[in-house]
Design a protein around this ligand. Structure first.
Ligand SMILES: Cc1cc2nc3c(=O)[nH]c(=O)nc-3n(C[C@H](O)[C@H](O)[C@H](O)COP(=O)(O)OP(=O)(O)OC[C@H]3O[C@@H](n4cnc5c(N)ncnc54)[C@H](O)[C@@H]3O)c2cc1C
Length: 478
């Protein structure tokens, strides 16, 4: 568990702290003397843990290969930085491909595209492969999960990024507040990656947590629930109902499948023991007869292994309970079966950093424009209830802006953050977290990291007007 205090201290302990406390430490990381982990039990017995192998030295290391991370890595590399990307799964795409979360929301506001540059290039490339269908006026994008993985990987490799897949970030080395190395674990053992700049795009702000970055407080209501998504096949996707509800930018307003929702709520009212559910949303995966289903719902802390494991096991049961119910209540689903469950349950909300600026819902909804705006958001604020089937939706007055200052902290000079762990209050995050916005944030973080190196300045000191101009040249609509 990353939040185990002893382990975290040991793994992210800075060199001075180690030298001072190492002898008495519970678990100590020795980098100066031969790259060996030494674990000391409270009884004083010590054991050697595997050696740390240096795996490379980079300008920029991006941790997390989700929508924010893979775009950040491409942006940094195209910006001239020697870049590595660390991802714990064997494919890129984050929640899109590890959580079966669809569609990619939303590139447009009132029919105008508000997110551009590398994210939009990615959608174009995916379309060329036959793996994307853009729905206007909102600019939601239906996609093929496997082609998404392929397209993201191709673009990352074409940009010259070094990929470390099947590699979990498990620690970091600090000199004061400056990150020096990250530690990753994979089949080669324990490896270190040195870099001048680091981007945390892990969704859960794992790198920031390890480095000791202050986090936003957990507000009343806890975090939004997790949902375990799955692909149902054998569905009558040609039916009128499915055609109407599989596409999220349609004219009917809400994208959840209302006829099925009403039937499920009625079953519950009549006393059928059904678990909590959201939506349901049936998402086009671009294959006739199949849909990605978002229906299950459970409160869970994704940064606590025990809590998340328990929730995921419960949700796996729920997937099959709901599949049975769907077969019974709707002719469109009478022959359906679970073709595949996502590699993991989807996480809507977890850690968010306390950055130089925290985006508030008020700023966000009103479309407040900052002098250092680097990206946009177009999706409504969308807070799913941790209990029951409720959801609070607040429509934006205009497409929102995000300032560069929400991607950086006050005290960590070579660290940037991208994606759903940026500095935002809970409600602003409830819109910002969608994929198109996260990609826009990744583009800004990667570009800023490369710029900070070419300017020879720390991330807090870069010329933000230059950054904004660069992003505009790349196609960002800011
Ligand atoms: C149920 C659900 C429904 C949603 N619906 C939609 C929707 O309809 N449309 C939409 O656009 N968005 C939707 N979202 C939101 C969206 O998918 C995510 O918020 C978005 O993917 C966040 O992007 P990210 O890059 O910040 O993080 P993630 O997508 O979470 O990516 C983080 C990446 O980092 C990797 N990683 C994490 N920790 C480590 C580590 N320690 N070491 C190495 N790698 C690590 C992960 O494997 C992952 O690849 C939904 C989310 C959920 C959970």
């Amino acid at each position: 568990m990353l939040s185990n205090n002893n382990r975290k201290l040991a793994i992210s302990m800075d060199r001075r702290l180690f030298l001072k406390e190492g002898a008495a430490g519970v678990i100590a990381l020795s980098l100066a003397s031969g790259k060996v982990f030494t674990a000391c039990s409270p009884s004083g017995n010590s054991a050697e843990l595997p050696a740390v192998h240096p795996a490379g030295s980079y300008d920029v290391v991006v941790c997390g290969g989700g929508p924010a991370g893979f775009i950040a890595a491409i942006a940094a590399s195209r910006g001239g930085a020697r870049t590595a990307l660390v991802e714990r799964y064997g494919f890129l795409g984050g929640m899109a491909t590890m959580g079966y979360v669809a569609p990619i929301s939303e590139f447009g506001f009132a029919g105008e595209r508000v997110i551009g540059g590398i994210p939009w290039e990615f959608i174009g490339r995916l379309e060329e492969l036959g793996g994307a269908f853009v729905e206007w006026p909102k600019g939601n994008v239906d996609f093929d999960i496997e082609l998404y993985k392929l397209c993201a990987q191709r673009m990352v490799m074409e940009a010259g990024v070094d990929l470390f897949m099947h590699s979990s970030l498990i620690g970091c080395e600090m000199e004061g507040n400056k990150l020096v190395n990250v530690f990753i674990e994979n089949k080669n053992g324990l490896e270190s990656l040195a870099a001048k700049r680091f981007i945390d795009a892990t969704g859960d702000a794992d790198l920031c947590h390890l480095a000791g970055v202050p986090m936003q407080p957990v507000e009343d209501g806890g975090v939004q629930p997790s949902s375990f998504c799955f692909v149902l096949s054998g569905v009558d996707t040609d039916s009128e109902m499915m055609q109407q509800y599989m596409h999220h930018s349609g004219k009917h307003g809400a994208s959840e499948c209302k006829p099925i929702r009403e039937k499920l709520l009625k079953l519950k009212d009549e006393g059928t023991p059904l678990p909590d559910f959201g939506g349901p949303w049936f998402n086009d995966v671009m294959h006739r007869g199949s849909v990605a289903v978002n229906i299950t719902r459970a409160a869970a802390d994704s940064t606590d292994n025990r809590d998340f494991t328990a929730a995921e096991c419960r949700l796996r049961e729920d997937i099959f309970t709901f599949t049975d119910a769907l077969r019974k209540i709707s002719p469109e689903f009478k022959d359906c079966y679970v073709a595949s469950t996502a590699p993991q349950a989807g996480i809507r909300e977890s850690r968010r950093i306390l950055g130089v600026h925290t985006v508030t819902a008020e700023e966000y909804v009103s479309g407040f424009k900052y002098p250092d705006s680097i990206s946009r958001g177009a999706h409504p604020i969308d807070v799913h209830a941790a209990k029951g089937s409720g959801q609070e939706v607040i429509r934006l007055e205009q497409a929102a802006y995000v300032p560069y200052r929400a991607l950086i902290t006050k005290d960590f000079p070579n660290l940037l953050v991208a994606g759903r762990c940026i500095s935002a209050d809970r409600k602003a995050l409830a819109s910002l977290r969608v994929q198109a916005s996260c990609m826009g944030l990744g583009q800004a973080a990667g570009t800023a990291a490369a710029q900070s190196l070419s300017e020879g300045k720390y991330v807090q000191d870069i010329d933000t007007s230059t950054l904004v101009s660069k992003l505009r040249e790349m196609g960002a609509v800011i």
